[in-house]
Design a protein around this ligand. Sequence first.
Ligand code: BES
Ligand code: MN
Ligand code: ZN
Length: 500
Amino acid sequence: MKILIKKKNATMTSPCLIFFTPEGQTSPQLLAQLDEHLGKLVTTAQRNNEFRGRHAETLLLHGPDTRGPGRILLVGIGKASDASVDKLRQAASSAVVVLKQKKISKAALSLSDLPIQKTTAEQQAQAIVEGILLANYQYQRYQSPTPDTAKPLEQIVLLAANAKSLPLLQRGAARAEAICAGVHLARDLVNAPGNLKSPEFLAMQAVAMAEKNGIKAHLLDQVRLQQLGCGALLGVAQGSTRPPYLIVLEYAGDPKGSAPLALVGKGVTFDTGGISLKPADKMDEMKMDMGGAATVIGTMLTAARLELPINLIAVVPAVENMPSGNAIRPGDILTSLSGKTIEVLNTDAEGRLILADALTYVARYKPRVVIDLATLTGACIIALGNQAAAVLGNDDKLIDKLLKAGQRSGERLWQLPLWEEYASQIKSDFADVKNTGGRPAGTITAAAFLQKFADQYNWAHLDIAGMAWEDKGKAGIPRGGSGFGVRLLIDYLQHETGAA
Ligand code: BES
Ligand code: MN
Ligand code: ZN
């Protein structure tokens, strides 16, 4: 999709002109002028309470003649006192949802008189373009179009409030495009069906992305993983006929060679539960169990596109969790890369097993910080629903930074405690640790398990089980993979580098 930026009066003849309209306040000046021309259509709609400007409310009007824009789309941005870039992003998404439904493929959006304080034109443009691109995403690879299929927008023109903001708007839009490329890649990976999405497929996608973007990639295959002693990862993989990979990406953006930041993403390409088989209902969604991996790979793409001045490592353990004659059994004991032994009480708690080895492996990079993302526990959905990911870890400063990035990006996090007492729930009678801690505090005991393998660096864990998959579809996130975490991580990384 094309995003163009032009001066205010460039496109009064657009097929559709979009206005962000505040609640309980006078309309933007340009809209007021148009209203005269439209025979007070807008005023009439407002007077009849058909449009109040409430956040994300929309109203599509048709112009009376060919001298002005063909249509006008009003999009509420709510009360000026509640305005934020996040609200602006969501409003832009709502506009696109309407345009897609009505199959309007070209539109222009007026940026004059936005009632948003304390943000730069660049930040506003970034938020709006993000909102547009995120909502315009569609995964149509395996579906033939029907008359009902929504049609993605082809072009949108942002109409600058003044000439001096043009370069700022360009920069904000370019940043949004780089970010959304990462989000869209993550969504594509999550939406790919399990039959196609083997660990090898995931590895090849990561390598292809890396090659195109100046990122180094290498793959550790089954033989190499055996040599290293990644018994936990290999244990999960052994039930599947598809071999595992440990995917490693290295982005070198800091020529001074500072210690890298590292991202680790759970890459279970399909989670049946293994011998501890999951119920059939909704098992199809378990193709999203590589959501953490997808976000990490998408974030690497965006970091490279933005040329962030940092060194960044991504480690993705990729496996498929299947039941078979070769699969691990409850009661089995695995020896992890760290040397610690793990009693597997439930083969459905496989994410923490593969992460254990990935977290041990990443220590060789002597990272400044390690952040792992994983669709790790159903308990996290019970705790937080689909409104926030859980964050836990051994470094409160890092967690605070991530919480702030979550607020800014609208990809929210909520901290859960990781008091040492929780570790008593994962003590094993037969090995160093066991892979389940029972029902109480399931998200926390999963993190307590990971903590045993993340003891060499500053570490935070994001449980994105409730966030990686959007079940119904909402403005900005069509049904399916959400790409949650890319915007959050990029916001965090930009603040880390002082680039934001
Ligand atoms: N991938 C699941 C967690 C999950 C559930 C993610 C629902 C997204 C939606 C994970 O591997 C799992 O099965 N966890 C178990 C752990 C339990 C056996 C200790 C769970 O949460 O039930
Ligand atoms: Mn599982
Ligand atoms: Zn899983």
